[in-house]
Design a protein around this ligand. Structure first.
Ligand code: GBH
Length: 489
């Protein structure tokens, strides 16, 4: 009888001690009070139900139905994890592991099949309400992204992100989402990885795969920024009473300078400005990074163009877009060495940046060719963000390790080393990192790699009719990690 109560006393004493502000923070092994852990997914990668209950097609549905060979094993997201029907299983896993937040995205064509607000799909609206209610009932806070790459096809038919009207259309969609879910959702992401979205126009690796490199990507990026700015201002005007906090999820791989020469240091800075800076500078400091403007205008002129490939904002747009994130969402996976050198297609964002980016052969490889393990790059990105944009609260909105389903120990090592870099950034650099959402709670549709590349803490048997979910070693590791490194709030 007395043994459990003695244990309880010890537990309470330890817990009380950890929460005591008079104590030093346990050799910086603990995350600060209030730090939140969570896990992420995206609609097209997990939901399935691609045409269920009135959902309209997205550009990914359309592109993969027309070009099945685009994806390994001719896979697509028609069924995926079937989270459209099995979301309760996902929430159960999130709860069991012990996360405080869940980051997911809304499929625009599931709620608005034509992309426009004159036709609302009620079952789609109900689906996300059910997900949100299930999360809240389990004490998990939703973090909701409005756009994770699945544009309604009718909007692509009028040019998609190349059409300036998209800013108003996105704002109307966002308005409906804030109105519908804003009483319950307090953390919003407008656009996930605007740079990757622009890449779908500038490159050939993502829908709509237009390959308009050096032109379409800048134009899409321009309209993504206009759309984000408009949606943010609309929230401020109509929904500020809801008290939500809005960001974008920014991405990029920072460069370490190859040497400490001024040329290499400048090249590493351009690597940052042409990736993170492209979208973060307009929303945090106003307009594009001056170095982007300078290099792209100069190259455009040299190509005999009278109009720069990087569009200009009006003064009003610069003002409207500046100051439109309340926090900074950071997706970090990998980094490069950088040195001066024009590489890549001509013209292209890569060539414009005049940075030669390359991986160190000593950095561990993963199942994704674009991802080498280099945790110090996360701290570098955080330091650079602080230097450029001040002490804005930062939430890591994605970070994770891909394998082919057999090396879950390496995933554990990836998390452990990256979380250590976050603590170093917090305690040694004084950077305001307030949360961490890993990618991903569950194995899912990994774009061009289909289901062959896995990022999940939870394994899915894609051959079973009910998509059986099983917690991996890394899930139990994470459960224990949070229990040992996180203060009880
Ligand atoms: C994130 O993108 C996405 O937000 C998420 O949906 C995705 O599942 C996750 O990462 C893991 O990939 O094919 O060689 O041209 C990360 C940034 C940008 C990395 C596009 C891969 C294409 C590389 N991604 N990039 S390549």
């Amino acid at each position: 009888m007395w043994i459990p109560s003695a244990t309880l006393i010890v537990v309470l004493a330890v817990t009380a001690g950890l929460c005591d502000d008079r104590l030093p923070p346990a050799s910086h092994t603990m995350f600060p009070k209030g730090f939140k852990f969570g896990a992420s997914t995206a609609a097209y990668q997990v939901e399935g139900g691609w045409n269920a209950d009135g959902k309209g097609p997205s550009i990914w549905d359309d592109y993969l139905h027309k070009h099945p060979d685009f994806i390994k094993n001719r896979n697509n997201g028609d069924v995926a994890d079937d989270s459209y029907h099995l979301y309760k299983d996902d929430v159960k896993a999130i709860k069991e592991i012990g996360f405080q937040t869940y980051r997911f995205s809304i499929s625009w064509p599931r709620v608005l099949p034509t992309g426009r607000t004159n036709q609302v799909n009620q079952p789609g609206i109900d689906y996300y309400m059910n997900v949100i209610d299930e999360l809240l009932a389990n004490g998990i806070e939703p973090v909701v992204a409005l756009y994770h790459w699945d544009l309604p096809v009718p909007l692509q038919d009028i040019g998609g992100w190349l059409n300036p009207d998209i800013a108003d259309l996105f704002t109307e969609y966002a308005d409906l989402m804030f109105k519908t879910y804003g009483d319950k959702v307090k953390w919003w992401i407008t656009i996930n990885e605007a740079q990757s979205v622009a890449g779908g126009y500038g490159g050939g690796n993502a829908a709509p795969a237009l390959n308009l490199h050096g032109t379409g990507d800048y134009l899409a990026g321009h309209n993504l920024l206009r759309a984000h700015g408009k949606a943010y201002r609309m929230y401020q005007q109509k929904y500020s009473h809801q008290g939500g906090k809005i960001s974008m999820a920014f991405c990029g791989a920072p460069c370490f300078p190859t040497t400490q020469s001024p040329e290499d240091i400048a090249a590493a800075d351009r690597c940052f400005q042409f990736s993170f800076g492209w979208f973060a500078h307009p929303v945090l400091r106003g307009d594009y990074p001056p170095i982007m403007r300078e290099y792209i205008d100069r190259n455009s002129k040299a190509e005999g163009r009278n109009v720069s490939r990087l569009p200009y904002f009006t003064d009003e747009e610069i003002r409207e877009i500046n100051g439109t994130v309340d926090w900074f969402g950071l997706n970090y996976y990998t980094a490069y060495w950088g040195k001066e050198g024009a590489v890549g297609a001509n013209p292209s964002t890569d060539r414009d940046s005049n940075v030669n980016k390359y991986f160190d052969p000593n950095w561990p490889s993963t199942a994704s060719s674009w991802l080498k393990v280099i945790p110090q790059g996360l701290r570098l990105a955080l330091q650079k963000l602080r230097q450029e944009y001040g002490n804005i609260p930062i939430i890591v909105t994605e970070n994770g390790y891909p394998d082919n389903g057999d090396k879950d120990e390496k995933r554990i090592g990836y998390f452990e080393t990256h979380l250590a870099e976050i603590r170093a950034a917090i305690y040694e650099d004084g950077i305001n990192v307030t949360g961490y959402c890993l990618w991903s709670i569950i194995d899912n549709f990994e774009w061009r790699d289909g289901y062959t590349v896995k990022f999940g803490l939870v394994e899915v048997d894609f051959d079973s009719p009910n998509k059986t979910r099983t917690l991996k070693k890394s899930a139990y590791w994470f459960q224990n990690y949070m229990a040992m490194h996180k203060l009880i709030q």
